[in-house]
Write a protein that binds this ligand. Structure first.
Ligand SMILES: [Zn+2]
Length: 455
């Protein structure tokens, strides 16, 4: 698929870069190919709402770049060794590998339900320990890192431009840093490349003492290994800007390697105006949220804010997004046949592209989508409808247009569930629901009875 062109000019995505501190025209390392590395989860518990936002945001970036004609390589790691994993393993007296394996399964299952495209590569920290040990040995030889009784630390005073992502000088950062108990560290900003193992902790062999790698080291090693020097975009939440990303970058600089060309940071999640609140009832994590609400409504909510703004999650906004989805589903069913044969309206797509090329202005893109839906509903214009459906697809909004694709035995089970419910045989209705879910369908109660769609 070649780059999309409108008129004689190829439009260019303008994207905010945290290092430049401005929106600038995005130019990939290689024309038509975009490489992205996003910091992935530490697998020790269920995904929280913030994870949901970050995954939808990366998914959006990836889908849009793909829609615009680029070949996108997306790599996201799994941190499968970390203090929190060890703490939980010790508290529950379970092998740490059990926890990481189970949490990783839960993670990908949840992200599938959210409609997130899986990364092409998911490197695990434990697969890269040898490379990390070699890197740290090199740093010690070059005298940019030093050993203490509990680990190996990078000396950030030896790194040019430390503070680029934190947006502060070394002096500013040092005066703002928390003074720690560790007196062996030369500066509070120096960070652990390696943690020496305490008794009973998992450990890998190293010349500077058996132990485990620090979190900041895995990402720099894996991203450069899989995407090469000077890869295009490094993504993460604004909470990772400093110290995590600063410290990843510091290690690339210390190796004299070029690192990410673009730093993409998204905003945080709030719950009804606060970090924690009772407004979402029992929703404590992403799994709970997807039990209570249509997972697609969460995507819609995220898309209606700019990716760099904080978002607020409240029950009423989730419900109004579910209502918007129901209208979009109806629209998709109405126009499924006509739109399939039509060419997407160029004016509508152009407006969508202008919004997205302006630092992924999804609120404007969503307004374009809803305007096109309204317009097509009013005029019956199949080209406008096709453009609306193409935009929804480019944004990863999966619409339930394919009612006809549900196989007859599934439709029969859904009908049987309605009969069981009418007869107040709720045990049988629940059993049929479980069967439908097990067969890979999302089951919803609609005004006309059980509605099913493929997950
Ligand atoms: Zn990272």
């Amino acid at each position: 698929m070649g780059a999309r062109r409108f008129g004689s000019l190829a439009r260019v995505l303008h994207l905010y870069d945290t290092a430049r501190r401005s929106v600038a025209p995005f130019e990939p390392r290689e024309d038509g190919k975009v490489s992205i590395y996003a910091c992935g989860p530490t697998v020790y518990g269920p995904p929280h709402l913030g994870h949901g936002r970050n995954q939808v945001t990366y998914d959006l970036l990836r889908r849009y770049l793909t829609w615009a004609g680029n070949d996108v390589t997306f790599v996201s790691n799994i941190t499968d060794i970390d203090d929190k994993i060890i703490e939980r393993a010790n508290a529950e007296e379970r092998p740490w590998e059990d926890i990481t394996a189970k949490c990783e399964r839960v993670w990908f299952d949840a992200m599938d339900r959210l409609g997130i495209m899986r990364p092409q590569k998911t490197p695990h920290a434990t697969e890269y320990v040898d490379e990390m040990v070699a890197l740290i040995e090199g740093f010690i030889v070059d005298d940019v890192a030093y050993e203490t009784s509990d680990g190996v630390y990078l000396d950030v005073s030896k790194v040019d431009g430390y503070g680029l992502l934190a947006h502060g000088s070394l002096e500013d950062l040092r005066s703002g840093a928390r003074v720690e108990a560790n007196e062996e560290k030369r500066s509070p900003l120096d960070f652990a490349l390696w943690k020496k193992a305490k008794p009973g902790e998992p450990a890998w062999p190293a010349s500077f003492g058996d132990g485990r790698p620090g979190w900041h080291t895995e990402c720099v090693v894996m991203s450069i290994d899989l995407l090469g020097e000077g890869f295009d975009i490094h993504a993460g939440g604004s909470d990772l800007q400093f110290p995590h990303h600063e410290n990843e970058r510091a290690q690339a600089v210390a190796q004299h390697k070029s690192f990410a060309n673009w730093w993409f940071h998204h905003g945080m999640v709030e719950i009804d105006g606060e970090k924690m609140s009772k407004s979402l009832g029992n929703v404590k994590n992403l799994l709970d949220l997807m039990e209570v609400f249509d997972p697609r409504a969460f995507r819609l909510l995220i898309l209606q804010a700019h990716y760099r703004s904080p978002i607020d999650i409240a029950e009423d906004s989730m419900r109004s997004n579910e209502a918007a989805l129901a209208r979009l589903d109806t629209f998709a069913r109405t126009f499924a046949t006509d739109a399939a044969d039509a060419t997407s309206d160029a004016t509508v797509l152009d407006r969508f592209r202008r919004a997205m090329d302006d630092d992924l202005d999804t609120p404007a893109a969503m307004a374009t989508l809803f305007d096109a839906v309204r317009d097509a509903n009013k005029t019956g214009d199949a080209s406008v409808a096709a453009a609306a459906l193409e935009i929804a697809d480019a944004l990863g909004i999966e619409l339930a247009a394919d009612a006809a694709e549900v196989p007859p035995e599934i439709a029969e089970k859904a009908a049987a569930r309605d009969r069981a419910r009418a007869a107040k045989d709720f045990a049988e209705a629940d059993r049929l629901r479980d069967e439908l879910v097990a067969a890979g369908y999302v089951v919803e109660d609609s005004a006309s009875g059980t509605a099913v769609r493929a997950r």
